[in-house]
Design a protein around this ligand. Structure first.
Ligand SMILES: CC(C)(COP(=O)(O)OP(=O)(O)OC[C@H]1O[C@@H](n2cnc3c(N)ncnc32)[C@H](O)[C@@H]1OP(=O)(O)O)[C@@H](O)C(=O)NCCC(=O)NCCS
Length: 167
């Protein structure tokens, strides 16, 4: 088997699951001390890219970020935890899910802030798209995310088609 074949061997979801943590500083917040949505989106993109890089073992670009909701306000001094995992690989693209939590270490609470689905495309140093090895879901939750990712891809495809028809 060549090194190239080895790189295309399917890999379990757990091998590329990633976690990132940030303490919210005044520069991340609005004048009322609440975390800026744009800053959280930046962290979501980075956390998602970590799992995509680890899984594909290549450079990746963000092709899309699905709809985002912010359910819980986050404040200066809070600890933000972002967990990412590859839900499903298609050909050169992969869907990564990122779940965001806020931990308040003074009150010992942890709340779900946001969830996002991002699509990353693997590329080489010249910007050419590259195939990505398959991902193997092992738990019931990973299998559910794998199935759901297939439905979301179809929804994205239809939405792109609808927008292209309009323009
Ligand atoms: C993302 C990008 C590489 C896709 O290139 P393209 O020429 O449109 O490629 P294709 O239409 O052949 O699609 C390639 C893959 O991307 C997926 N894709 C393309 N546009 C997409 C979108 N808007 N949402 C989700 N997936 C998308 C396709 O489904 C395909 O996946 P597959 O190979 O797994 O089947 C290209 O549009 C690009 O470079 N965009 C800029 C990315 C960027 O700068 N991001 C921000 C900074 S990281």
């Amino acid at each position: 088997m060549t090194d190239k074949d080895d790189l295309m061997m399917p890999r379990p979801v757990r091998d590329s699951q990633s976690e990132m943590a940030e303490i919210v500083l005044p520069n991340d917040a609005n004048p009322l001390g609440a975390l800026l949505g744009g800053r959280l989106m930046h962290w979501i993109d980075l956390a998602g890219a970590m799992a995509a890089h680890r899984h594909s073992r290549n450079y990746v670009v963000t092709a899309s970020i699905d709809h985002l909701d912010f359910w819980t306000p986050v404040h200066v001094g809070d600890l933000v935890i972002l967990r990412s995992s590859v839900n499903r690989v298609f050909h050169t693209s992969m869907e990564v899910g990122v779940k965001v939590w806020v931990e308040n270490y003074l009150h010992d609470t942890c709340e779900h802030v946001s969830s996002a689905y991002l699509t990353f495309v693997a590329i080489d140093a010249g910007g050419r798209r590259l195939p990505v090895p398959a991902v193997v879901p092992e738990s019931d939750e990973q299998r559910r995310r794998y199935e759901d990712a297939g439905r979301r891809r179809e929804t994205r495809r239809l939405e792109l088609e609808r927008r292209n028809l309009k323009s």
